[in-house]
Write a protein that binds this ligand. Structure first.
Ligand SMILES: Nc1ncnc2c1ncn2[C@@H]1O[C@H](COP(=O)(O)OP(=O)(O)OP(=O)(O)O)[C@@H](O)[C@H]1O
Ligand SMILES: [Mg+2]
Length: 303
């Protein structure tokens, strides 16, 4: 089973000064009604209503949950994560959220995409997902949409930001892909120039989720973090050593890490497709124990 585990409780406690228990959390329906509307003025309303509308072409490998009952467990995990995020947003300004991890392949794009679509579906809020991983852009692949204009074209070619944004048909989900100007990744120092276009479109959205490269492969993520209100840190379950997570977290500077997601990137069914039932049960139990241990480690790091 794919699982996205939560570790946002600690950040909630710090914000509230109380020990928040799972059972104290407000139900999603109430949090949704507390959610702030976007503060878009008339000119922004005009711009956003003119953005191109796109259909998604989701494939099984996209791993976007909520399309059918086979992904019910994953859908539920993202609803839980969304609930925690909305809870935090009622207490602290947290409109722009950077998603990162220590290393490649821990599930940043998976978490960014599923969190964004879950928020748009469940709350109807206007959500923008930005692909700022110029080194390995994947958002357009996951959603099956074109990538000819995007963030890199805004940065390098001065393209109109609004023209690079696409709205997903039937949802309040907007996508800003990495774009075509990525033959060479932009110099990290130029990333701070993204502040202006992001500020320009900010009032149109209730939440902006930024998918980024891993902290330990380039200087990008710590710089992109400066453009965000908070960071959600993804940790691949049982795959990333504790000291690697600590090192990466330490490189993120003063922007608050509001939570961590323990992501089980590979499904048990994928990993053990050729095992007999007995072996599967044994390995499943072992993995559950490993995930429990990993969660304890995370709780210690993101305390
Ligand atoms: N919880 C999950 N359930 C099922 N598949 C997952 C899960 N998390 C990640 N994957 C799959 O694992 C692969 C790696 O995930 P993803 O691309 O999100 O990682 P990433 O951190 O964005 O990687 P990179 O650093 O290379 O951009 C993808 O094929 C993704 O669909
Ligand atoms: Mg990615």
């Amino acid at each position: 089973m794919s699982s996205v585990y939560k570790a946002m409780k600690k950040a909630e406690e710090e914000q509230s000064g109380t020990q928040t228990k799972e059972s104290d959390a407000l139900p999603l329906s109430e949090l949704t009604s507390l959610a702030q509307g976007s503060e878009a003025d008339d000119s922004i309303t005009v711009r956003i209503s003119a953005v191109e509308i796109t259909d998604l072409k989701l494939r099984t490998e996209s791993r976007i949950f909520g399309q059918d009952e086979n992904t019910a467990a994953g859908t539920e995990q993202f609803r839980l994560l969304l609930g925690r995020l909305l809870h935090l947003q009622t207490r602290t300004p947290l409109k722009r959220l950077l998603i990162t991890s220590a290393r490649r392949g821990e599930g940043k794009t998976h978490v960014s995409a599923n969190l964004a679509i879950t928020m748009a579906r469940e709350t109807g809020r206007r959500v923008l997902l930005v692909d700022a991983d110029f080194r390995k852009p994947d958002v357009h692949k996951v959603f099956g949409i074109p990538n000819e204009f995007g963030l890199s074209d805004i940065l390098r070619k001065g393209r109109d930001t609004w023209k690079a944004i696409r709205k997903v048909k039937g949802l309040n989900l907007y996508l800003l892909t990495a774009g075509s100007a990525i033959d060479e990744p932009p110099a990290p120092s130029s990333l701070l120039m993204l502040k202006e276009p992001l500020d320009e479109i900010n009032p149109a959205f209730d939440c902006v989720i930024i998918d980024s490269p891993p902290v330990l492969v380039a200087a990008d993520a710590p710089l992109l973090a400066k453009l965000a209100d908070g960071i959600l840190f993804v940790v691949g379950a049982s795959e990333t050593p504790r000291d690697v997570v600590i090192k990466a977290k330490g490189m993120l500077g003063s922007v608050p890490v509001v939570g961590a997601v323990l992501n089980s990137a590979r499904r048990v069914s994928d990993r053990h497709a050729y095992d007999n039932e007995q072996d599967k049960i044994h390995k499943h139990k072992k993995e559950a124990t490993e995930n429990g241990e990993a969660q304890k480690v995370l709780d210690g790091i993101f305390r």
